[in-house]
Ligand binder design. Sequence first.
Ligand code: SF4
Length: 413
Amino acid sequence: MIYENVVCPFCGCLCDDIIVTVENGQITNTKNACAISKSKFVNHHQNALNPSIGGQEVSLEKAIDKAADILRNSQAPLIYGLSSTECEAQRHAIHLAEILGATIDQTASVCHGPTILGLQDAGCVKCSLGEVKNRADLVVYWGCNPAEAHMRHFRRYSVFPEGMFRKSKKEREIAVVDVRKTTSARIANTFIKIEPGTDFEVISLMRAHLKGRDVPLREEYKTLLEKMKTCEFGIIFFGLGLTMSKGKHLNVNAALRLVRDLNEYTKFSITPMRGHYNVAGAGSTMAWVTGYPFAVNFSLGYPVHNPGEFSAVDVLARKECDAALIIASDPVSNFPSETWKHLADIPTIVMDPKVNLTSKIAHVCIPVATAGIEAEGTAYRMDGVPLRLKKVLDSPWLSDADVLSQLIEKVMA
Ligand code: SF4
């Protein structure tokens, strides 16, 4: 059986042209997928999680009952993850957090959370990836390395595709600004090596130079700025080089304001290179349900948003939760050790299709169908465009959305 136009459930490019071959209940091949995507599709059944309590395998029903017990008896639960599951599951997770009076956070808080804070302050001149493909003649990648993290970004949206007004790479200028000459820098017309931790200073000097001030800005940045002013349609794509380096949200804030200033001269946009395939959906779903995109607490009976207080890393570092539900994420592999260790000290529940480092320290493990392969749903691309994930295989397990809706019923019973 061949499935066409499948949406890839891996990175924020959310490529929707994947062709998947299914033979004897297994995915045996893919077309159009990058190496990461192919590995996810073809190997999705490896290291599968089984339902367990305290390391002992149990039935799925018992694992869900135990999870409901833990959450019902918790005074201050934390719900975290959500970026690698569908929006329908995210909506249930938020509902569960409201019922429990829990803190709920999604992976943006350790990724593009500073982007969200930056745009809450400065606003954002946005466009879709389709507009980039059709119109952009100047593409600046700042602090990101799509050749390794978003492998089809160049080909589908920004460098190589034939668009309505740009027929090939020859009609686009590509610039990369980064602390090292990455693989992405090899395809660029211009590479600028920036000193680590100086993004805020450099972007602020660029803004001042743009406004005619005499500031000590290096020639290469002046040249880039001239290209930005004189292009027909420019775009900055930025990544963790801005959000996770010194200055964090202030770096993003400065970049957003630079783009706003550039619109005095030409058409210019900016887009964050969102990581997980539905981290943008997690932000959108939380925002339209609670009013806030991440780091939300329901202990007062209504949503309160305060990153730094209600972000998962901070809640764990201060040991302010007494139970945790981790959905579609692996904080043990990417949180600072002094924070994730608290997860091992409290009853932690993991919902995931696969064994990961967090499931190894969890008290209750609940396997789920892999969203985008064994369960359908909605996901949001990095530019905010929603796409429908397809189901191409059956699973012995429930989807995240179905497990969460059972948890809601049992917690309320
Ligand atoms: S670039 Fe991202 S979304 Fe596209 S196929 Fe690769 S992993 Fe999937």
